[in-house]
Ligand binder design. Structure first.
Ligand code: KG4
Ligand code: ZN
Length: 375
């Protein structure tokens, strides 16, 4: 099964061709990602209108490159998949409309993929991870702990009540004059900083639920920075290290809580899976390793290029859905907001989970009210 995937929900214009075998991990035939960082960096964040225009200009070329590298014609594809949300609506419209055109002209099935579902299923593309597993999704727009029970069967166990983790990294970087995107810059500065110099809070530490709150940490960091201003290089390094250390401890604690909830409801997960741009952070990866080991489960973290936004994850999610007959019509609409809990799946998960787990998971997922997401 060979699928073209298109990703345009934020500031990457991406297309990829992925092959899904009957079982086990997938094969990436091509994976082209064009970052718009240069277009947005002057503004210290993503400007939606600039993003949408840049997608329009680049997408045809990016798709052509993905097809050429995969050495495949449109007629040989089994389906065309595009991220239909959540994300910046202008970009989503560009990607989904292009996918519709390719599907219509070539008489291939269309699959409208939820961007978060694509992050959630990436561990199956890279490692063939069986269901059910516990997902930690941390990106610029989302921070969630999710029970992944099967394709289209996701139960959110925890989420952020304010800022997303990537957003907190980006705002910290902006405050300290480090530029955009902030995550990699803060991580770099933190390497040589003293993590114990500034006493920053650890929000939500020890709470039994699995939610996050990061805006208080951001405010505390700003107050500490104001106290020592004007900032020398050493101050910036120490502030980054102290901030990252606080995030690492919070993430570890929240995941311990999330894994406990998972175990109580569904039994042991097959793995703890990390996804989203923040999963590229080495200090956070190390903490996840520790938490997974404590919980007696494996840690699966896709390589950094597949943690950040890319077309391969969209193509793979499309292939997983196609395998279950979950295709869409040309009438499908783009969504700015589209919580994971609302993603449509087969009536019962085709997973390793027992029938009892399945019933429980679906019922809870239906009952959970969608909390507002930052994106
Ligand atoms: O998943 P992603 O590429 O895009 C979406 O937001 O969907 O994630 C981007 C986010 C940005 O906030 C960026 O600062 C953060 O991931 N990020 C990092 C690192 N690399 C990227 N945060 C911390 N450490 C990193 N090394
Ligand atoms: Zn993403």
């Amino acid at each position: 099964m060979v699928v073209l995937g298109i990703e345009t929900t934020c500031d990457e214009t991406a297309a990829a061709v992925v092959e899904r075998p009957e079982a086990g991990p997938g094969k990436i035939l091509s994976n082209i990602v064009l970052s718009q960082i240069a277009e947005h960096s002057a503004f210290g964040g993503v400007v939606p209108e600039i993003a949408a225009r840049a997608h329009v200009e680049a997408l045809d070329m990016v798709i052509a490159e993905a097809m050429a590298e995969a050495k495949i014609g449109f007629g040989a594809l089994d389906a065309i998949a595009a991220a239909a949300g959540p994300g910046l609506i202008g970009g989503v419209i560009v990607g989904l409309t292009t996918a519709k055109a390719i599907a219509l002209v070539n008489e291939r099935p269309l699959i409208a993929v939820n961007h978060l579902e694509a992050h959630a299923l990436t561990a199956r593309l890279t490692d063939g991870t069986p269901f059910p597993y516990c997902l930690f999704l941390a990106s610029g727009g989302h921070t969630q702990i999710v029970a992944v029970l099967g394709v289209g069967h996701y139960v959110r166990l925890g989420t952020t009540v304010d800022d997303a983790i990537g957003e907190a990294f980006d705002k910290t970087a902006k405050l300290l004059g480090l530029g955009y995107p902030g995550g990699p810059r803060v991580e770099q500065e933190a390497l040589a900083g003293a993590a114990d110099r500034f006493a920053l809070p650890r929000p939500m530490l020890g709470r039994p639920h699995a939610d996050f709150s990061l805006s208080g940490l951001k405010t505390a960091l700003r107050l500490e920075a104001e106290k020592v201003a004007p900032l020398r290089d050493e101050d910036v390094r120490d502030l980054c290290a102290s901030f990252q250390q606080s995030v690492v401890e919070v993430v570890a604690d929240r995941l311990r809580a999330g894994l406990k909830i998972f175990r109580d409801r569904y039994g042991g997960p097959t793995a703890l899976v990390a996804a989203g741009g923040v999963a590229a952070n080495q200090a956070i990866r190390k903490a996840l390793q520790h938490v997974a080991f404590e919980a007696g489960t494996a840690l699966v973290v896709p390589p950094p290029a597949l943690c950040t936004d890319n077309g391969a994850m969209i193509a793979w999610a499309g292939a997983e859905r196609l395998a279950l007959g979950l295709t869409d019509t040309l009438a499908v609409t783009p969504h700015a907001r589209w919580p994971l809990d609302d993603v449509r799946g087969p009536p019962t998960p085709t997973t390793a989970a027992s029938a009892a787990d399945v019933g429980k998971g679906s019922a809870e997922s239906n009952n959970e009210a969608g909390e507002p997401e930052p994106q």
